[in-house]
Ligand binder design. Structure first.
Ligand code: IPE
Ligand code: IPE
Ligand code: MG
Length: 263
């Protein structure tokens, strides 16, 4: 007999509220394949993918995640067919227009990484509005990667450094990080990629140095609360060593007792 799959309640009970990742980053992949498998145009997958974004933002907020970064559009995605790009850009504007109120109610602070100046004017306007209207919020940070590429971001940081004070001879990693688009954010603890691809695709190259990676075959439109909890549980089962030996780390017996999630 096959073992019964755990329910959402059971998965939640296994999570330790005291060791949640501070920053979760997701490569939301598989929208096109989701639609094509159903005989639908690719854009229908993006539409369903936007619904998943709404749900995952809400679930992460309720779980107490501090920062959620979502890879929405890469530098390389500009090379896609014109109609697909313009659909995605319109959808971005529409998403922000409809979500600003919810973000305000829920205390979410919206920000972006990437070359947003390359977005069409209307999408830019909604991005700026969402950023400014949620700037005072202190809850979860929702960070959207738009027209983003890790290599481009690193190059841009070098340009910024050059044109500001110049590049100091004793430049250190923390200083350099403050010139990246992610300035002020902690590095991602967990990077999730959906759709079965096992690559980074130019995402957070610098920041991913010690992130735990989680790959699932589930396509982004099908990603749900259960999948999210499974990713978080997998993360909590890892031992992060940051280059040290197991003996140097805090013994399991001395770790803080597990804290249940509220509610
Ligand atoms: C991710 O889904 C969304 C974006 C990259 C904008 P895809 O559109 O890449 O879906 P697949 O990988 O073709 O299935
Ligand atoms: C990565 O997905 C970018 C986003 C999810 C926005 P892609 O579908 O563009 O990546 P590749 O081309 O499969 O590497
Ligand atoms: Mg893809």
């Amino acid at each position: 007999m096959r073992k019964k799959e755990p329910s959402i309640t059971e998965l939640r009970a296994l999570l330790d509220a005291g060791s949640m990742p501070r920053h979760v980053a997701i490569i939301m992949d598989g929208n096109g394949r989701w639609a094509v498998r159903r005989g639908m145009p690719r854009i229908m997958g993006h539409k369903r993918g936007a619904e998943t974004v709404r749900n995952v933002v809400e679930q992460c907020r309720k779980l107490g995640i501090g920062v959620l970064t979502l890879y929405a559009f890469s530098d390389e995605n500009w090379g896609r067919p014109r109609q697909e790009v313009s659909f995605l850009m319109n959808m971005l504007g529409g998403y922000l227009r409809s979500e600003i109120a919810t973000m305000k109610t829920n205390g979410i602070r919206f920000r972006t990484i990437g070359r947003t100046e390359r977005l069409p004017k209307t999408a830019q306007k909604w991005v700026e509005k969402a950023v400014s209207e949620t700037a005072g919020n202190t809850g979860m940070i929702l960070n959207l990667a738009l027209s983003y590429g890790g290599r481009g971001e690193i190059l841009e940081a070098v340009r910024r450094l050059r044109s500001s004070a110049g590049i100091p001879a004793d430049l250190d990693e923390a200083q350099f990080s403050s010139y990246l688009d992610t300035a002020g954010l902690p590095d991602p603890d967990l990077i999730v990629r959906t759709s079965g691809e096992k690559r980074i695709s130019n995402f957070l190259l610098w920041q991913a140095a010690y992130a735990e990676l989680y790959f699932t075959d589930v396509l982004w439109p099908d990603f749900n609360e259960k999948e999210l909890l499974a990713a978080l549980l997998d993360y909590q089962g890892r031992q992060r060593r940051f280059g040290l030996t197991e003996e140097q780390l805090e013994p399991r017996s001395e770790r803080k007792p597990r804290r249940l999630l509220p509610g």
